[in-house]
Design a protein around this ligand. Structure first.
Ligand code: PLP
Length: 386
């Protein structure tokens, strides 16, 4: 199998799997229980929290575990808007993940004012537009750190500089940048930041949010005293322990991983550009998470390419995995100005820790032939798409 959809999810690292299996075999205690089998689990959750805090330069008390990156995004903006009813305005971007866009749409329906900042042809936000959109009624600005479809890295330093001049809170969705770009919350200057375990070779169904000490925020979920009253519900103990292990591995391996992924991605990108005519690379050449490659293959339906590759055991995505079940064209590809027919011909390949040179060779052998054959069958004049 050649798995090139690491932005959708990453395989569980065997070392994480081992730690989680051990945990599940030996620890069933509830971390809220006061006797030893509960306290032991609580200590393991604390250790995971410490590791994650260290990885992003936060304090342990500033990390809250959630059920996903999606929940962290919801919590960040709904929690802050609930805490600041006197500030009913939210600013975000046109290329956010649905976890953010749909939450913003919901808030709009509930009477809040939402501004979506447009992007350029590489997917980078228009900072001047953002600056003009800010008002004394703005509660929070939420701009993602790196885009999941294009890999575009957003100018968070500029966002923070502009927002902080007016004392406005900043959230960033770092689900795709965590482990791929070196950052810490102090240098970034954000007040809230979302991450998710399954994008960093950890388990699915566990995320975390960094909330800078003193940030006004209301919980999304009420109930017990877990997570210092910020997220009620008995913890996903094995998931959290697995997340901690995944981040521990990330901290030791990330330099090596980044180099490895960048080398493979560059070979794949150049190989596709050399071997397949009438393709368009989407996103910036440099200011990008290196392992994300987004290509339009003029004249074709991405789904046909995806299915043809799948018959060869090669797995890629059309645009974004999250929009795969919908007929609509990706909002990100629309936002960068791709015509609908070009957007529909777009395939995303995202590389990860476990990809190899052989994987790249396989794709470079199979993909040009698949594209050639599909174009032959379609009989379309691809010059129309250029
Ligand atoms: N934000 C971004 C940028 C993502 O890419 C994703 C997942 O694709 C999410 C949020 C959602 O994370 P989760 O799958 O943990 O809910």
């Amino acid at each position: 199998m050649v798995y090139l959809d690491n932005n959708a999810t990453t395989p569980l690292d065997p070392r994480v799997c081992e730690v989680m299996s051990q945990f599940l075999r030996n620890h069933f205690g509830n971390p809220s229980s006061l006797y030893p089998i509960g306290r032991d689990v609580k200590e393991m959750i604390t250790a995971a929290r410490e590791t994650i805090a260290e990885a992003i330069g936060a304090k342990r008390s500033e990390i809250v575990f959630t059920g996903s990156g999606t929940e962290s995004d919801n919590f960040a903006i709904r929690g802050v808007m609930d805490a600041l009813p006197e500030k009913p305005e939210l600013i975000t971007s046109a290329v956010e993940h649905p976890a953010l866009i749909e939450t913003a749409n919901y808030l709009e329906k509930m009477g809040k004012k939402v501004t979506f900042v447009p992007v350029d042809e590489c997917g980078t936000i228009n900072v001047e537009f953002l600056e003009k959109a800010i008002s004394s009624k703005t509660a929070i600005v939420s701009i993602m750190h790196a885009n999941n479809e294009l890999g575009t890295i957003q100018p968070i330093a500029d966002v923070v500089r502009i927002a902080k001049m007016k004392d406005i809170l900043v959230h960033t969705d770092a689900v795709q940048s965590f482990g791929k770009i070196d950052f810490n919350v102090t240098d970034l200057g954000v007040d809230l930041l979302s991450i998710s375990a399954h994008k960093v070779y950890g388990p699915k169904g566990v995320g975390a949010i960094y909330i800078r000490k003193g940030t006004p925020i209301q919980p999304l979920i009420y109930g017990g005293h877990q997570e210092r009253l910020m997220r009620a519900g008995t913890e996903n103990t094995a998931g959290i322990v697995g997340f901690g292990e995944a981040v521990r591995i990330m901290m030791t391996d990330s330099k090596k991983d980044k180099k490895h992924i960048a080398r493979l991605a560059n070979r794949l990108k150049t190989g596709i550009e050399e071997r397949i005519p009438k393709t368009k690379f989407n996103g910036p050449e440099t200011n990008r998470i290196q392992g994300t490659l987004n290509f339009s293959f003029y004249g074709l339906e991405a789904e046909a390419i995806l299915l043809a590759l799948a018959t060869k055991d090669i797995y890629v995505s059309t645009g974004s995995a999250c929009s795969e079940e919908s007929e609509e064209v990706s909002h990100v590809l629309s936002a960068i100005g791709l015509k609908p027919e070009v957007a529909r011909s777009t395939v995303r390949m995202s590389l990860g820790r476990f990809n190899s040179e052989t994987d790249v060779d396989t794709v470079l052998t199979e993909l040009p032939e698949i594209v050639r054959k599909l174009r032959e069958i379609s009989g379309l004049d691809i010059d129309d798409y250029a």
